[in-house]
Design a binder for this molecule. Structure first.
Ligand code: SF4
Length: 251
């Protein structure tokens, strides 16, 4: 009986709480990004963590940092089936260059698509529902084996990401935002220092790159995510929960 109770504890208790995330934030407050990742990915989180990447405009920085530490860390890519062909090519080339051994591609459940987006046009009238089908549900499946995940979000990308913490709790998992306090200049410098390849659409004016129907070019002076879901109030996809009370969920 005692053994059965212990088994239940191990399975049912979420591995990380909001208090754990806050404690991590304090623990690593004075630690640089590379050292923090080194410590966590080779220590407490080894074997328990995956990186999630959109292989978008700035994804190469985080992926390069991780690859320097452990190329066997699973890298999850959500193929929403609305992705630019250029992103798929960039994903394959960058993964190869960085030497990742465990790229995992997750797609929407075809039964859900048939039931809820048979025309493939849901993005046009219900982008939140489309993101739920094509991003949120596949990510939930992808993260099932893990206690923690690494995201490439940056605080400077849009007003909604101001003061982004480096650690968050998300459905009982620890979510790391190692680039939370990196600005555009720091990212550009990292690209240059490490000779990282740019996403081919960046040169065409796409500052933040997601699904093709919901991504447009950014005009001078606009924030980098202004080209996402242009014309809608939506600013993220539901993978990332609101940063501030009352804010809409977003990706
Ligand atoms: S970004 Fe657009 S196309 Fe992609 S899942 Fe969301 S609503 Fe659908």
């Amino acid at each position: 009986m005692a053994n059965a109770a212990r088994k239940l504890d191990l399975i049912d208790v979420a591995p990380f709480s909001p208090a754990d995330a806050a404690a991590m934030e304090a623990r690593y407050a004075e630690v640089g990004t590379r050292d923090m990742l080194d410590d966590l990915l080779t220590g407490e989180l080894k074997g328990r963590v995956a990186a999630v990447s959109s292989f978008g405009a700035e994804s190469a920085v985080l992926l390069h940092l991780i690859a320097q530490i452990d190329r066997d860390i699973p890298v999850i890519f959500l193929n929403t089936q609305k992705i630019f062909g250029e992103t798929l090519q960039y994903r394959d080339a960058l993964s190869e260059t960085l030497g990742f051994t465990d790229l995992r591609v997750f797609r929407p459940d075809p039964r859900l698509l048939a039931a809820k987006d048979a025309t493939g046009l849901r993005w046009n009238y219900d982008p939140d529902g489309c993101c739920d089908l094509r991003k949120v549900e596949p990510l939930r499946r992808a993260l099932a084996p893990f206690d923690a995940w690494v995201s490439g979000r940056k605080g400077f990308q849009a007003g909604t990401r101001d003061a982004l913490p480096r650690f968050e709790e998300d459905e009982g998992r620890l979510k790391l935002n190692p680039l939370a306090d990196w600005d555009k200049a720091a990212l550009d410098a990292y690209f240059a220092e490490h000779h990282l390849p740019r996403h081919p659409l960046e040169a065409e004016g796409y500052a933040s790159i997601g699904c093709a129907p919901c991504t447009s070019k950014v005009l001078p002076g606009e924030d980098p995510r202004a080209g996402r879901w242009r014309g809608w109030e939506k600013v993220e996809c539901g993978i990332h929960v609101p940063e501030k009370p009352g804010e809409e969920p977003v990706f």
